[in-house]
Design a binder for this molecule. Structure first.
Ligand code: ADP
Length: 495
């Protein structure tokens, strides 16, 4: 070993030089110190592997130096060099941590052998210390990795259950308990059957373990739960390809299922809503082609009127669908401009008249005695208010009436749409502005609709800083009140 540093501490020059000669040619770096004090200074400055130490020295003697070394540089191997008369002192020194001793006079060979052994011991101890450090470092790394994995596992939204090859649970995360509504405690160490009762889920795990391949299933946990879970079970394979267990992940797909169901309902509803007016328009066109020249003009007008109503129904549905989807995707732009209120309501009433006349319903519009304007997007507001008026006519039996009253005050205009129709029960009122919500009952069974009209009305009214109220009594009628801020400064008496 070439980089071994040896310090000789002895007050006798002849011993210092004798030891140095004995160790010459071994490749050691040798330093000599004449006293205990000098020896300690040398160690402080350079650090050594082996110290050959005289016990009997003036000042700090060998015991003092040994004590200092054991306290400050315990890795140094100390060889005590002492006269045979003081061997007992050498033994005491060894009890205090010296590696060995050499009696004076000594042979060079003996010195070499003892130093060599000390160097070997020092090297072994250094190596052992290195291994200890490496081991504690890797243990710390393993511990850190373990806690990292545990954190990931515990924070996962998906449920995870790990089993052995006999489908006995060996690990699970907190999400598993919640998502699978597991009541068993503890879960670990028990067959999966104790925690999960769904046959599909259990069959999936057994199949994955049995076949050694990934198996996926969808199922509903528990008998009352309306939630849907999707699970993937993967076998854990050894390097030899043997199945050592399984890892199953479960995710809640109830929302996706609900969206799928809504999509199907929506397609069915749109198909129905488009088909039935188109079918009756087709019939009426046919009737007009065949019969018109024979029928009285009155009858032809009636058919034209009905066709107009049905066409307007279709256009309203398509408008509602397009506008709602634009509002939902955030791509709608409201082009606000001052609009004369009286003019827009007259237009809406005119559009609703054929539908009302077909049912013998009278629409009484009482304009305000002041002219008023509001800051709105003309097309969107016309569609929204049109929906309210169209509903009033649609949900009022033949021969009924619809009254539209306008009140202007306090910087707001209040529009009342009162019908003598079927009314809405207090349980249904909180839901009628939800998308696709339609009141189900005897009175509404034969009235077609999409459940989108009022959802659009609410979106549009609120986008114009307005608000909407409903007052209704089943069997007696309904009043929708829409309020909007007025464009200030242009209220004036109607002439
Ligand atoms: P729909 O296309 O079904 O008419 P809406 O969103 O316009 O959809 O209305 C939602 C539900 O509110 C309707 O299905 C109906 O039951 C009820 N409704 C709306 N307006 C009236 C009204 N004036 N009189 C009675 N019920 C109404």
């Amino acid at each position: 070993m070439s980089d071994v540093r040896v310090l000789i501490v002895d007050d006798e020059k002849v011993i210092r030089e004798g030891v140095e000669r004995a160790l010459a040619g071994r490749g050691y770096t040798i330093t000599k110190a004449e006293s205990g004090e000098e020896g300690i200074e040398c160690i402080k400055q350079d650090g050594f592997d082996v110290v050959l130490l005289d016990l009997m020295m003036p000042g700090i003697d060998g015991f003092g130096v040994l004590e200092w070394i054991k306290e400050h540089e315990p890795q140094i191997q100390v060889i005590v060099v002492t006269g045979f008369a003081t061997v007992s002192k050498a033994v005491t020194a060894m009890k205090h941590g010296a590696f060995d001793f050499v009696g004076k006079p000594f042979t060079p060979d003996y010195i070499r052998i003892v130093v060599e052994r000390a160097v070997e011991k020092q090297a072994l101890e250094t190596e052992a210390e290195k291994l200890r450090e490496e081991k504690s470092l890797s243990l710390a790394a393993i511990q850190q990795e373990k806690s990292r994995l545990n954190t990931v596992f515990a924070c996962m939204v998906e449920a995870v259950i790990v089993t052995d090859p006999d489908a006995v649970v060996v690990h699970h995360n907190p999400a598993a308990i919640k998502l699978l509504e597991i009541q068993t405690d503890p879960v670990i160490g028990k067959p999966l059957e104790d925690s999960i009762s769904d046959d599909n889920a259990l069959a999936m795990v057994h199949e994955a373990i049995g076949r050694g391949t990934v198996v996926s299933r969808e199922f509903q946990p528990g008998s009352v739960s309306r939630r849907f879970l999707r699970a993937h079970c993967a076998p854990v394979l050894s390097s030899a390809g043997d199945v050592m267990g399984s890892v199953t992940t479960f995710e809640d797909i109830s929302t996706n299922k609900e969206i799928d169901r809504m999509k199907s309902d929506f397609v069915a509803m749109v198909a129905h809503e488009l088909k039935s007016p188109l079918a009756s328009i087709e019939q009426m066109i046919y009737a007009l082609q065949v019969d018109c020249k024979y029928e009285a003009e009155f009858s032809c007008n009636k058919l034209h009127g009905r066709m107009t109503v049905r066409t307007k129904d279709l256009l309203r549905l398509i408008d509602n669908l397009l506008n709602l989807s634009k509002i939902e995707s955030g791509t709608v732009v409201f082009n606000l401009e001052p609009v004369r209120g009286h003019q827009i309501i007259e237009e809406i009433v005119e559009v609703a008249l054929p539908q009302a006349e077909a049912k013998n319903i009278t629409i009484n519009y009482t304009p305000s005695d002041v002219e008023w304007s509001f800051n709105v997007d003309y097309d969107h507001i016309r569609t929204a208010i049109g929906n309210i008026v169209s509903n009033a006519v649609k949900y009022t039996p033949d021969g009924g009436n619809v009254a539209i009253n306008v009140a202007v005050s306090g910087g707001f205009v209040s529009l009342d749409f009162q019908d003598s129709g079927i009314g809405i029960s207090s349980e249904d009122i909180p839901h009628i502005f939800d998308r696709f919500y339609r009141v189900k009952g005897k009175a509404t069974r034969h009235i077609s609709g999409s459940g989108l009209g009022l959802a659009l009305v609410k979106e549009v009214v609120e986008a114009h800083q307005g608000y909407i109220e409903v007052d209704s009594e089943p069997g007696a009628g309904t009043t929708f009140t829409l309020s909007f801020p007025l464009v200030s400064g242009i209220e004036k008496q109607m002439i």
